[in-house]
Design a protein around this ligand. Sequence first.
Ligand code: BGC
Length: 410
Amino acid sequence: MKFPDQFLWGTATAAHQVEGGNAGCDCWILEHLKPTYFAEVSGDACDQYHLYREDIALTARLGFNSYRFGIEWARVEPEDGEFSTAALEHYRRVLAACHEHGIAPMVTLHHFTSPRWIAASGGWEASATADRFAVYCERVTAALGDLIASACTINELNSVPMLQALGYLGADERILRSRWRSAAAKAAGVEPAMWSAFPFCTRSISLNVILRAHRMGAEALRSGAHSFPVGMTMAMEEIVAEAGGEARCKAVLEAEIPFLEAARADEFIGVQCYTRHRMGENGEIAPEAGIERTTMGYEFRPIAIGAAIRRASKAARVPIIVTENGIAAADDSRRVAYIDEALDTVAGCIREGIDVRGYYYWSMLDNFEWLRGYEPHFGIIGVDRKTQRRIVRPSAEHLGRIARANATAP
Ligand code: BGC
């Protein structure tokens, strides 16, 4: 299958998961609490803050034409209203390196982590966060807009409502997490304590705040001298009802509607999908015995991306970009199999007439997988944790060949 001209072929990362030393954000504090929900601390991550040139050159050489990466709010605005010219200059160099290598840079302005001062002043439960996010977006666009090819405002802004509808983040977990947040506040010496490295420890998000943040952030990004497409990214898995699970299934699908409707005002919507969730009467039910599972414990289900694309396209009615899709696997041949089946599914959606404009594999590198630490390996490129040496896997060569040909093999 030949993909449309100008199709974007990329890999994706998030600032906190690859940069390293991101000590100004809320997640850093949460990782260092004792006890903590995190398996380990992020530490130097993949040191991409220093190694970005090599990583960008490597993916360009492999055949990719785009790269989705994060700009870290905590670095750009380390204190309320205090902007770092040096951090903005750093991201200018990253963006320039992309252009030097023929890579179209897609940036994400918020990928789960917030500056400590945002978390301490109410996080995503405080309405002022939307205004502050817009100011940050305005600064980024003024400093970097001429080099940005496309931008995602907030990564998976629907993740908390989605997890709640799936049956997670229930009352018990909320109490536990609120105790944990108070400990975080104490450790950082700040009050009040509304830690929200969402979705890992937030009690809730306010739909109004997050949707307003997206809208105002997007307007700010569009207000610069240079225009580029702007959208949100959505966590959208395949959702199916098993016996008795019809109401739960409906609730999960309904929870995404306000977001998909808000996306109608954008130039694209980013769809992110990894697996399928089967809903039973009391919440999610595990994959059937004998079904292949990934390192994350998810059902191996590359065709899930089709359900996500179709749902997003129907409700949002804007072009689709697959901004994340991938698998954590110890055996790289399963990654190759996953990619092939997922791309066949994307190609099928395009044949049905859906306007899909790009595919970003998660992830470029084995990186800091949040609560799970460095154990799950999502990368088409491995990372030696002692030396930071990059290890190109066969899946990287495989997807790179497809990208260069803009076609999958017959
Ligand atoms: C998130 C990533 C995460 C990935 C794999 C996505 O939902 O955006 O940050 O690493 O899933 O779990």
